[in-house]
Design a protein around this ligand. Structure first.
Ligand SMILES: *[C@@H]1O[C@H](CO)[C@@H](O)[C@H](O)[C@H]1NC(C)=O
Length: 225
C-alpha cells in the first residue's frame, strides 16, 4: 500500500491560525489587572474587554455605584452576575463587556467619595492585530468630523516582556483607541464620544506583534533558542 501525504484542509489551517491569535488575547497572558487611582480622584482607563479587572477602593464599607456611558443616573451596584465586591472594598469585574463601560463610583458609609473610575472596555472581538515582521502597519491617525479638530489615534502600552509572549522570539504590545482635542488630555474613544451614536471605522483596540532584535535577546534570560 502506498503512503499518502494528507494536506490539512484550508479551513483547518485558518482555524488553527485563529486559535493561535485567540491564545494571545486570552486573559491568561495578562491575568487580572489592578486599576488604582488616588484618594478622592477620578481616573480614566481603557482596557480590553474580556480581561478581568479589579478597581481599587480601600474601604471596608465601600459602596459602589455605576452609570453607563449613556449617562444614566448612578445606580447602586448589586447582584450584577460578573461583578463582585471584594472583602477589602475593591470591585472585581470578571469577563467585562463593552456595554459595561462607564463611571464606577466608590463611596464610604457617610456617602463621601473615596475614588471614581471611568473605564472604557474596548471590544476584544474587534482587536486589530498586525505583525511587524510581516510588514503589516498599525492603524493610521485620523481626524474626526465632529466640528473640531479631534484626532483619533492608538495609545500604545509599552512592549511586554519578551518572555510573556507565548511565542519564543516575539513580543507584543496593546494599544487603545483614544481621541484628542488640541490642547486637551486625550480620552479613551467611547468615554469621549459617550451618547453620540456615531461609529467610526477607526474605533478599534490594537495589538502589534514584533520580532525581538538580537540586542534584546541578551536581556531575555528565559528565552530558549
Ligand atoms: C498620532 O497621534 C498621536 C497623538 O497626538 C501622536 O503621539 C503620534 O505621534 C501620531 N502618530 C503619527 C504617525 O502621526
Amino acid at each position: 500500500m502506498m503512503l499518502q501525504v494528507v494536506q490539512p484542509p484550508l479551513a483547518m489551517v485558518a482555524m488553527l491560525a485563529t486559535l493561535w491569535l485567540l491564545s494571545l488575547s486570552l486573559p491568561t497572558s495578562w491575568a487580572q489587572m489592578l486599576v488604582s487611582c488616588a484618594y478622592k480622584s477620578l481616573c480614566q482607563q481603557a482596557v480590553i474587554s474580556g480581561n478581568d479587572v479589579v478597581l481599587q477602593c480601600d474601604h471596608l464599607k465601600a459602596r459602589w455605584y455605576f452609570s453607563s456611558i449613556l449617562g444614566e443616573d448612578l445606580l447602586l451596584l448589586s447582584s450584577v452576575p460578573n461583578i463582585k465586591k471584594l472583602p477589602g472594598g475593591s470591585l472585581q469585574l470578571t469577563n467585562p463587556q463593552p456595554s459595561q463601560a462607564g463611571l464606577y463610583h466608590c463611596e464610604d458609609n457617610d456617602n463621601a467619595l473615596v475614588v471614581e473610575y471611568e473605564i472604557d472596555f474596548q471590544d476584544v472581538t474587534t482587536l486589530h492585530i498586525t505583525h511587524k515582521g510581516l510588514g503589516q502597519e498599525p492603524l493610521q491617525n485620523e481626524t474626526l468630523s465632529l466640528g473640531g479638530k479631534e484626532l483619533i489615534f492608538t495609545h500604545w502600552e509599552p512592549w511586554q516582556d519578551c518572555n510573556s509572549c507565548g511565542e519564543p522570539g516575539e513580543r507584543k504590545r496593546l494599544g487603545y483607541c483614544y481621541i484628542e482635542e488640541p490642547l486637551e488630555t486625550p480620552m479613551p474613544c467611547w468615554l469621549y464620544l459617550q451618547e453620540e451614536k456615531v461609529q467610526y471605522r477607526r474605533m478599534w483596540p490594537e495589538m502589534q506583534l514584533g520580532k525581538l532584535t538580537n540586542n534584546m535577546w541578551l536581556t531575555c534570560p528565559l528565552a530558549s533558542r
